[in-house]
Design a protein around this ligand. Structure first.
Ligand SMILES: [Zn+2]
Ligand SMILES: [Zn+2]
Length: 287
C-alpha cells in the first residue's frame, strides 16, 4: 500500500451506517412488499414481463457498461451509447460507474488480499455483500485516476442519484400507464423497480462470492477466480470468471462461441452497427 492509500484509509475507514440502512430498506421492502402485494392484489403477465425486461436492461448496464466498457475498456463506443449503458447500470443501485469501476480495477489488481474490496478469502457473506458496509481505501484511490479522464463517467457520477431515482419513477409510470390506477403504479414500482434491483444486485454479488469459491480453474490458478457455466445464466455471461481474471481485457467472458455470454453477444451486435469498435479479444491460439 503506498502513502496516498494509507492516508485515504485513515480518512475513510469504518462502518458505513448509511449504506447499511439503505441496504436493509431495499431488502425489507422487497421481501415484505413483493409477496404482500402478490397475495392481496396479484401480479399480471405485464408485471412479470416488466420485471424481466428491466432485469435484462439493468443487468446488461452493469456487465456491458460498468464492467466491460468502463472498468476494462474492452471496447470503444460513441458517447451516446456509453451514456445509455451507464444510465442502465446506474439503475442497479451499485454506486456510480466511477466508484464501481475503481473498486473493480482494484479487485483485479489485488485479488484475495486485504486491498481487494470484495476479498473472497474473508468468506461468502463478506465477498457477497458485507464488504459494502465498510469504508476502505478503495473508496479514494489511485484506481480512479484513469476513469476520471472520461467526461461521460464524470457526468454519470455527478447525476448518479437522479439516475437511480429515474430507475424507480419509470417503472411506476409504466405500471400506472398500463393498469390505469395508482395501485398499478405500485405494482410497476415493485416488479420493475425494487424486485428487479434486488435480483440484479444478487446477480452481481454472486460473481464476487461464488465465482471465487465454486467451479473450475482451467485458465490459471494465480488467484481464487473460477469458471461456472451455471452462474453465467443468472449473470449475463459473467460466470466464466477464471477466464476473465486471466484475460481481463477480452470483451468476452465466455471464450467459446457456445458459452452462454449474452453480454459479449450484445457488444458484438453493437459492433455490426458501428456502435461498438475496437473489440479486444485474445487470440484463441494463445490460450
Ligand atoms: Zn473476481
Ligand atoms: Zn472484471
Amino acid at each position: 500500500m503506498d502513502q496516498t492509500d494509507q492516508i485515504a484509509q485513515l480518512r475513510t475507514s469504518g462502518f458505513s451506517y448509511s449504506t447499511f440502512i439503505l441496504f436493509c430498506a431495499v431488502v425489507a421492502a422487497t421481501v415484505v412488499g413483493i409477496p404482500l402485494y402478490g397475495y392481496y392484489i396479484g401480479y399480471t403477465l405485464f408485471d412479470w414481463i416488466h420485471f424481466f425486461v428491466m432485469y435484462i436492461v439493468t443487468g446488461m448496464g452493469i456487465t456491458v457498461g460498468y464492467h466491460r466498457l468502463v472498468a476494462h475498456q474492452s471496447f470503444d463506443c460513441p458517447d451516446w451509447v456509453k451514456r445509455l449503458a451507464l444510465i442502465a447500470g446506474g439503475w442497479a443501485l451499485q454506486n456510480s460507474a466511477l466508484t464501481w469501476g475503481a473498486d473493480h480495477i482494484r479487485h483485479h489488481a489485488r485479488t484475495d488480499t486485504d486491498e481487494d474490496p470484495y476479498n473472497a478469502t474473508r468468506g461468502f457473506w463478506y465477498s457477497h455483500c458485507g464488504w459494502l458496509f465498510y469504508y476502505t481505501p478503495h473508496r479514494v484511490s489511485k484506481y480512479e485516476i484513469r476513469l476520471r479522464r472520461d467526461p461521460v463517467v464524470l457526468w454519470q457520477h455527478r447525476y448518479y442519484w437522479p439516475i437511480v431515482a429515474s430507475g424507480l419513477i419509470l417503472p411506476f409510470c409504466l405500471g400506472f400507464w398500463w393498469h390505469g390506477t395508482f395501485l398499478g403504479g405500485i405494482s410497476g414500482l415493485l416488479m420493475g423497480g425494487l424486485f428487479r434491483m434486488f435480483m440484479v444486485l444478487n446477480s452481481t454479488f454472486t460473481i464476487n462470492s461464488l465465482c471465487h469459491m465454486v467451479g473450475a480453474q482451467p485458465y490459471g490458478t494465480q488467484d481464487s477466480s473460477r469458471d461456472s457455466w451455471l452462474i453465467s445464466f443468472v449473470s449475463f455471461g459473467e460466470g466464466y470468471h477464471n477466464y476473465h481474471h486471466t484475460y481481463a481485457r477480452d470483451y468476452r467472458n465466455g471464450l467459446q462461441w457456445y458459452n452462454f455470454d449474452p453480454s459479449k453477444w450484445i457488444i458484438y451486435t453493437l459492433s455490426l452497427f458501428g456502435w461498438a469498435t475496437n473489440l479486444r479479444r485474445l487470440d484463441s491460439s494463445k490460450v
